[in-house]
Design a binder for this molecule. Sequence first.
Ligand code: SAM
Length: 230
Amino acid sequence: QLSNRLRTVAQYIPKGSKIADIGSDHAYLPCYAVKQGIAKEAIAGEVVEGPFQSALAQVKADKLEDKISVRKGNGLSVLTDDEVDVITIAGMGGTLIASILEEGSDRLGGVKRLILQPNISSISIRLWLRENGWALINEEIIEEDEKIYEILIAEKGDINRGYDDLEEGLLLGPYLLLEKSAVFIKKWKHERKNWERIISQIQAAKSSNENIKKIVALQKKIAIVGGVLS
Ligand code: SAM
């Protein structure tokens, strides 16, 4: 059974797409998407030998070698131009996902949709999308095995789509903010507590300009979250 996290990613793949799943590990997502008849073909990209071998083995076990091409390489370098309609990147930090997109931006010409599931730092992805002409079209927040995950869906278009207050939206997610689900509230209450703890730790350490800057930045985030949760 595929995780709820990856099933949520799969829900946003338009039927009949050709997808590339970058950092695919066991290739569970492309195997599921093809078996379910969601994707017609897929590429599973992996940079590390062990997970690359796991992907090959899974595709073979599922007898999907004719539909799923498993490729070893860094980020989007495994793709040639206009090969896929949809790119999925899941289970990594937001800064890594943004750097994979940035480094591979010359391979995004034919891509219609990005489905991105950062484990942390969604803000890095929202910033990258805005700087590169991608509109955020939807977001999901889910909890599974006591971890909270966000899924961001983007298509080429108006970078302001969905945003009302930009600062709030970049940090918390414009669509997630509208919904303010129980999981969303839980996540940001937890983050706020964590920031408050970090501030007390910094305050207990030696005072320096660097530390003051860190405290100011955290206080700013606490104020944004406070305004939304109240
Ligand atoms: N996408 C799967 C998921 O969500 O369950 C696997 C997530 S796993 C934690 C992250 C995978 O990304 C690892 O297998 C790692 O080797 C791979 N990875 C990290 N950086 C990569 C890059 N630049 N290019 C391709 N794969 C990468």
